[in-house]
Design a protein around this ligand. Structure first.
Ligand SMILES: C[S@@+](CC[C@H](N)C(=O)[O-])C[C@H]1O[C@@H](n2cnc3c(N)ncnc32)[C@H](O)[C@@H]1O
Length: 409
């Protein structure tokens, strides 16, 4: 893994109430201590997985056994299916242990202490277990043949736009720097790098970072590994076997990037890692902007880090991640308001599609499916923008850019 941890703990899950713009209130030592604590909490979540899911299966078994005998006899396949579910969970657990194996050496600039294996793994929170289950499903989206249709709907519009903006036959793609904040398991970043662009993914969640490190650096053989991503879904199955069907990964060899490719991943909060102005030719965000406490912070950072003339390409919904979290700041803006702010910063709107239908880690056999009606847009920081771009609403500059933005559309 190239890249290093950002300065702060990557998750606010166990922290005190969010205080806007006061995330640096801890001393560097305290920050490090919190980060170490968080790191081990997520490792523990990977280790607790089997116990957590097996307990869930135990509950189902107990309830089944409490039914009248004649009902149980009518459902002769039920217990064998539960036994199968247990085997799937064991297989998932094996992969999860491989993912966290040797993770303490993953980051270049931080020591997490020894993994002596004697630490008692206590129960993890439901929140962390849900994140782990989502991470398992993320393998389907990013690194399986099953996820291809989803990648085609989510990643292809971004990739095609990058190729349109920076045609490889008209520029030196290796000199075009593309940043993918909220990179998940890294497939979009990888695809962009595969086309010859200098592409860096940034990610903040240890669940994702451990997993992307595993798939990118330690998996080579196509479809060599297996996960059961839907095994936690007890409702909305048409066939019992739908719950226990495997998905194979990786669908491509992640190590097969062309020689001299420029691909990297960094760890840490996008807002804290990316502060150098006028650095990137392109920022590509996919299902990312709604992860913000305050999406205006993201817009401001993207404006700041793009070179004059650089483009921001976005695709995604607005499912605000912090909306229902106690003690977390969450500003839920409509797309209309977001667009207005983007233009006020001075971005020029170059393309916009307000209805791109996509899915996200979809179980294609489930009786319940979610469809996202996403927005796709391309906005440019004007080439003649000479300041360092470090604009903030308190600057008087914003008034000038309001005019600029409005004339641009
Ligand atoms: C909904 S997922 C999308 C992942 C990927 N772009 C995709 O389309 O599959 C959002 C990702 O952004 C990451 N993320 C959220 N806040 C972040 C931040 N402040 N800095 C970096 N990554 C962040 C999350 O951990 C998560 O992996």
């Amino acid at each position: 893994m190239a890249g290093s941890m950002g300065d702060s703990a990557p998750d606010t899950g166990q922290r005190e109430p969010y205080l806007y713009r006061e995330r640096t209130k801890y001393s560097p030592e305290e920050e490090e201590r919190l980060e170490r604590q968080h790191f081990w909490k997520i490792i523990d979540a990977f280790r607790y997985y089997r116990t957590h899911v097996q307990e869930r299966v135990n509950r189902t078994e107990r309830q089944f056994r409490s039914l009248p005998q004649k009902h149980q006899r009518l459902l002769s396949g039920f217990l064998p299916n539960l036994a199968k579910i247990r085997r799937c969970v064991d297989q998932n657990y094996e992969v999860l242990q491989a993912i966290v194996h040797n993770c303490i050496h993953m980051f270049e600039n931080i020591e997490y202490g020894d993994d002596d294996n004697t630490r008692k793994v206590g129960p993890s929170s439901t929140f962390d277990m849900d994140k782990l289950k989502s991470t398992i499903k993320q393998f389907v989206r990013d690194w399986s043949e099953t996820g291809k249709a989803e990648r085609d709907s989510c990643y292809t519009p971004l990739v095609e736009e990058i190729q349109r903006q920076f045609p490889p036959d008209q520029c030196d793609a290796s000199k075009v720097s593309v940043l993918v904040p909220g990179a998940g398991l890294g497939r979009l970043t990888w695809e962009i790098a595969r086309l010859g662009y200098a592409c860096q993914g940034n990610e903040w969640s240890f669940f994702m970072l451990f997993s992307s490190n595993f798939v990118l650096n330690r998996c080579e053989k196509v479809n060599d590994l297996m996960l059961y991503p839907w095994v936690h879904q007890f409702s909305n199955n048409k066939l019992s076997a739908d719950q226990t069907r495997p998905v194979y990964f990786p669908d491509v060899n992640p190590q097969s990037l062309p020689p001299n490719s420029n691909f990297s991943m960094t760890a840490g909060d996008f807002l804290e890692v990316y502060t150098d102005p006028n650095t990137w030719d392109c920022v590509a965000t996919c299902f990312f902007i709604d992860t913000a406490h305050n999406v205006v912070d993201y817009i401001e950072t993207i404006w700041n880090i793009l070179k004059p003339g650089g483009v921001w390409i976005n695709l995604g919904p607005l499912l605000y991640h912090f909306e229902n979290m106690a003690n977390e700041l969450s500003i839920e803006l409509s797309y209309e308001d977001i667009k207005d702010v983007i233009l006020k910063y001075g971005f020029q709107l170059e393309a916009e599609r307000e209805s791109v239908l996509t899915t996200y880690t979809e179980n294609d056999r489930s009786m319940l499916k979610y469809l996202y009606d996403c927005v796709f847009f391309v906005v440019r920081k004007p080439a003649d923008h000479l300041s360092n771009g470090a604009l903030s609403p308190k600057d008087n500059q914003l008034d000038n850019s309001v005019e600029k933005g409005e004339t641009a559309t």
